[in-house]
Design a protein around this ligand. Structure first.
Ligand code: PAF
Length: 273
């Protein structure tokens, strides 16, 4: 595995290959969820590129960018063992210039749900993903379904900009107790982790209701909210796959999403119906 620190070096290295390129963009602190994305990329492509870049533009003022977990040595090992060919690990100055003009603003769907409490977050995500896709020029790029809103906005950007890459959505990976894997889980105390399990339990309850034939979103949301108590729920909603609010669950076109604060940690999770 080669570790490259500049866009120019990565581009030059990739130009020497003729096969397909699979790309997994990350912010590091890699866990089994990332490993699953890398494994899918490894299986479907000749070359696998992983980026580790804690992107400052997706952190809002007041959000602690410096406190974001950084574990580059462990991450390097995970990438090496997962069969990654190139690890792209740039400095901020390599990704953003002083005369920055790039703006990739999402439509209104970037300012609902997670975007309500983090206005501008998705603009930062789209900006950096656009830059990374331009550098790597992959055939396929892999994103987790756990960040469903991010995934939908990236798919929309790729379509709108006529980008050549195929976006591959990958299933959420969970710990044995059901908690969706997230770099943010590292912030949870043992007691908070126990509380956090209310999130997958609420989604399980929602899935069970749907399996029993309940389709009314208000009923599903009410039952999820009861399971989530006393967590501070940012949102518990039923939307369609384009993120429009849905009054009824429609099999094959629905996502049920939850975001809740556990202590000071914001956790999100969802189920695709
Ligand atoms: O999901 C993430 O880790 C980040 O938002 C991404 C897509 C790597 C962009 O910084």
């Amino acid at each position: 595995m080669k570790i490259l620190r500049t866009p120019a070096d990565l581009k030059a290295a990739l130009q020497a290959h003729s096969g397909t390129i699979g790309f997994v963009p990350t912010m590091g602190a890699l866990h089994s969820g990332h490993r699953a994305l890398i494994a899918a990329a490894r299986q479907e492509n000749d070359i696998v590129v992983v980026s580790i870049f804690v992107n400052p533009t997706q952190f809002l003022a007041g959000e602690d960018l410096d406190a974001y977990p950084r574990r580059i040595e462990a991450d390097e090992k995970i990438c090496e063992l997962s069969g990654v060919d190139y690890l792209f690990y740039p400095e901020v100055s390599q990704m953003y210039g002083r005369d920055e003009v790039t703006v990739c603003a999402p439509d209104v769907r970037g300012y609902i749900l997670e975007g309500t409490s983090r206005p501008g977050h998705f603009s930062g995500v789209l900006t950096v993903v656009n830059k990374l896709l331009n550098i790597v020029a992959p055939d396929r790029a892999y994103f987790g379904k756990k960040d469903a809103q991010q995934l939908m906005l990236i798919e929309t950007m790729v379509n709108n900009l006529f980008m050549r890459v195929e976006i591959v959505p990958c299933e959420t990976v969970r710990d044995d107790d059901g908690l969706a894997l997230s770099s943010r889980n590292a912030y949870l105390s043992p007691e908070e982790r126990e509380e956090a399990l209310k999130i997958p339990r609420a989604l399980k309850r929602a899935t069970k209701l749907v399996m029993q034939g309940v389709t009314r979103s208000d009923r599903i949301v009410a039952e999820m909210t009861a399971v989530l108590e006393p967590l501070e729920v940012e949102y518990a909603v039923v939307v369609d796959r384009r993120f429009a609010p849905a009054e009824h669950v429609e099999i094959g076109n629905t996502i049920i999403l939850v975001e809740a604060l556990v202590g000071t940690t914001r956790l999100l999770d969802n189920v695709w119906i």
